[in-house]
Design a protein around this ligand. Sequence first.
Ligand code: DAT
Ligand code: MG
Length: 150
Amino acid sequence: MERTLVLLKPDAVQRGLVGQIIARLEARGLKIAAMKLMQMDQALAHRHYEAHVGKGFFPGLVGFITSGPLVAMVLEGKDAVAIVRNTMGETNAAKAAPGTIRGDFAIDIGRNLIHGSDAVDSAKREIAIFFRDSEILSYSRANDPWILES
Ligand code: DAT
Ligand code: MG
């Protein structure tokens, strides 16, 4: 089953939105395969956001993402990467559709609450940055057949 990395960024923790955001992702049908509270340091931030090194917003992004605790998760499900992305809403929270996490809880691109991997390949790379294989659990839930037909 497909896996993706989700980060509930420091603004989500500070604003007390962690529970509500996780509730939406769980309610969608995604399964939590790994989860921890942690704080990113500069090195981890550079590694995670390597595609953005050198961009104008990069220093602000690193300052923000390292500024406090965040929740890192691996979510699993059919098409988990795309499902998380469309549940999050678009990057610029000011333009994110109502009904999405960013569209309901955020208004600023630099305070957009949540990260989700943008492709299966990047999900694999990002998951390996945050979790050891032994921290990622495979299990079935009693209601799985009520969420996915097969
Ligand atoms: P996403 O988080 O939707 O995958 P991204 O990978 O393009 O978006 O960018 C990573 C983060 O960097 C994004 O969540 C917020 C910040 N960011 C991106 N573009 C920005 C911009 N033009 N101004 C300020 N912050 C930006
Ligand atoms: Mg991205």
